[in-house]
Design a binder for this molecule. Structure first.
Ligand code: UFG
Length: 331
């Protein structure tokens, strides 16, 4: 029996595929390669196609005895989602329905869903636990929240059980240095800082220095991508043991400001990061920090990367060795 990973050529997807492979699972990847990278998938069976196409899904499910699905395939840029909400509702929500219907049709009843802290919107209390009101402030978070709603109804109606994993700030790379973060365009803080040190950018813009935080910059909860991958494996185990539909936050529980992230990078690399204080980026909450005690107690999740520096070290290893991301490796 195989685990089907949609979006398995993307950043978190490729790390999870690697973890599943290490666990000895039979893995199949489905990716349209619009954002994902063929080179990250390597020797794993890859079906290139789109969730938009029900006949493609029917073919993939028909070819493999799929036991469970891990669903990453989605658009994930908050700013773009505000500009083009249609793309987000279509790709992330409407096309997810095609996947769910294919699962029902082919009697696959277990799904791990890649959700986000963005389902909560502006926090009313921190740390954020799963009981926090869901009030997304952008179409990206809303599209993910819509899928969570669909999943609850699909369990009631069709017995499809799922676990939604709400990531905070995914960061770092596999310590092997073989796979890592490569977004086009890159919008995330840590890769942007590292690209600056590699001479790909002149400086890092600090978006907002007047937030109500200790140093005036935004605070986020950075969690290593391999710790996220581990949670997917634990979620699959929980579903195999019969657990019902639920959602878990995944974060370290520690908040770091933008300036503290820059300090951590400087400590790891021994280089000074050129910065420019810039206006706030619209839609950024001041502080986002997770309470992940539910994932720890119910899934047995124990993140291995305890410090931001340890996370940054792995990211630096990847970026230093792949300054152009996967580009140079693609045949
Ligand atoms: N930042 C800068 N300069 C940059 C880039 C980012 O100061 O050049 C700041 C941002 O303002 C933010 C922090 O660094 O305060 C982190 O920004 P990222 O873009 O790296 O990550 P976000 O917190 O905006 O987004 C992440 C995920 C989203 C998810 C969101 C949940 O990438 O997919 O968390 O709130 F929706």
């Amino acid at each position: 029996m195989a685990i089907l990973v949609t979006g398995g050529a993307g950043y978190i997807g490729s790390h999870t595929v690697r973890a599943l492979q290490k666990q000895g699972q039979d893995v199949v990847v489905l990716d349209n390669l619009h954002k994902g990278h063929r080179a990250s998938v390597r020797d794993i069976p890859l079906h290139v196609g789109d969730l938009a196409d029900p006949s493609f899904l029917d073919m993939v499910f028909g070819q493999h005895a799929v036991e469970a699905v891990v669903h990453f395939a989605a658009l994930s840029l908050v700013g773009e989602s505000v500009e083009y909400p249609n793309r987000y509702f279509r790709n992330n929500a409407a096309y997810a329905l095609n996947l769910l219907d294919a699962m029902v049709e082919h009697q696959v009843d277990k799904l791990v869903f890649s959700s986000t802290a963005a389902v909560y919107g502006e926090p009313v209390k921190v740390p954020i636990d799963e009981g926090h009101p869901k009030s997304p402030t952008n179409p990206y978070g809303e599209s993910k929240s819509m899928v969570e709603t669909m999943l609850r109804r699909y369990e009631e109606a069709f017995g499809l059980r799922s676990i939604s994993l709400r990531y905070f700030n995914a960061a770092g790379a596999d310590p092997s240095g073989d796979i890592g973060e490569d977004h086009q365009p890159e919008t995330h803080l840590i890769p942007i800082i590292l690209q600056t040190l590699l001479g790909k950018r002149s400086h890092v813009k600090i978006f907002g220095t007047d937030y109500p935080t200790d140093d005036g910059t935004c605070v986020r909860d950075y969690i290593h991508v391999n710790d996220l991958s581990d949670a997917h494996l634990l979620a699959l185990d929980a579903l195999s043991q019969g657990c019902g539909t639920s959602a878990y936050n995944l974060g370290s529980g520690c908040g770091y400001s933008v300036r503290q992230v820059i300090d951590a990078v400087e400590a790891v690399t021994g280089e000074q990061v050129p910065v420019a204080e810039s206006p706030r980026r619209p839609g950024d909450p001041a502080v986002l920090v997770a309470s992940s005690s539910r994932a720890r107690s119910e899934l047995g999740w124990e993140p291995q990367y305890e410090s931001l520096q340890a996370i940054v070290e792995t990211a630096w290893h990847w970026h230093k060795n792949h300054p152009n991301g996967y580009e140079e490796e693609t045949p």
